[in-house]
Write a protein that binds this ligand. Sequence first.
Ligand SMILES: [Zn+2]
Length: 517
Amino acid sequence: MAFALARTRALLGLTAPLVSVEVHLSGGLPRTSLVGLPAAAVRESKDRVRAALVASDFRYPDGRVVINLGPADLPKEGGRFDLPIALGILAASGQLPAERLAEVEVVGELSLNGTVQPVRGAISCAVAARESARALILPAGNAREAAFARAVDLFPVSHLAEARGHLLEAPAIEPFSAPIPEPRPREAPELADVRGQEMAKRALEVAAAGGHHVLMVGPPGTGKTMLATRLPGLLPPMSESEALETMAIYSARRLERDPAAWRERPFRAPHHTTSAVGLAGGGVPPRPGEISLANHGLLFLDELGEFGRPILDVLREPLESGRVTIVRAACQAEFPARFQLVAAMNPCPCGYLGDGTTRCRCLPEAIRRYQARVSGPLIDRFDLHLPLVREPPDEADGHVTADGATAGGTRGTDAPVRTSTAVRARVADACERQLARGGKLNRDLGPAELARHCPLDAGAQSLLRAATRRLVLSERAVQRVLRVARTIADLDGGDPPRTHQVAEALAYRGLERFHIG
Ligand SMILES: [Zn+2]
């Protein structure tokens, strides 16, 4: 037999297109060539494969070896094709049954001594193999993550000889399986531990319930970071399909997620020195960035003004579409990036503008420049603007103040308990209502869906019209008010939003209060 075929998978974004490895042996001078648009790292593969075969006491063919990776127009990178190439050479040279090899899919990088190393994107490969109803031979180091793709015959190997052994007469390896953990209560800081800030806590509850983007503006020491870190503990777990998609993104970066916590929504807090590539993704081959690692979870940008406009502007398109496309010379890849954005910033360079004291000495021009670091279109994309002020020291007991109760849309002494557990239960109910009604969170409702799911009575309509004029709200901002009002009503039982609920939603468009005239 002078020909063999092995099937493997490339990685393009989160998809794993099929690649055929054809090995032809013929007489003539000893020479190995690799064709089919391989990147430099793949061209080095022939040296690694030869070393691994020899080190494992296999015979390397004497004559000419031609290895073709097809389809030729698909970009190929990394060492992931080493193991299929090595097995293809073994099959073509009669050291392995070629028909057995053609039945399975194989991925894995080889060390010079024949050890099999993990690859990127093993989950995507497992999903693709499952859809093709073929078994997958993969690196042992990738088995645990790949098992989350369910219902695929996974055969983990740690050495080239082990892979060959499995493909000889009788399968030598048991299919790998591992239990898929149920969601567990999340360990997150307790909301009730934040002193005061009742309006902010209420706003977090609303944001959690509708997946809304939140911008907190306030001086240092008002608890912006404390509040943001409470938000993960208020969110329901991801669905299985959301969790699998998010795991596949981590797999494409070779980042580990704790298997027991696989349903927990990610919380990413990149530093303001992060580059545009670090935030949005990029590189050759394209790798996902922070916005994709936050998929179905939270992206927290502290000190928003310090990030710089060009970097922040890469957020605008993904905030609308829930995806990011990375275009590089050789290829284009798309990653999911459906995240909830939580940001915090100071109102001025010193931070103390509007704190009720005279500490802030920033000049109006400096304040204007500082606030302009975040573009208007980005500010516009936040559903809730949350001005924070320092809590008076004598309210240290955390009583609900009259002011907080009014702002929170609650009524008198019936103010709800704001422990993380209580809020999480209300948020879960509200999310269920949204998914049952429109199949999505209120954050993602389009204009037509808003019109259908968010009818307003005459009182609410006239309030919204008046506020639109007074606050000079854009069409987009009005839609955000409606989405938030819809969520507030969902927290209250699910009827259409009433006047007081629209009023509460409008109270969260208060950023201009911080701007000086
Ligand atoms: Zn200042």
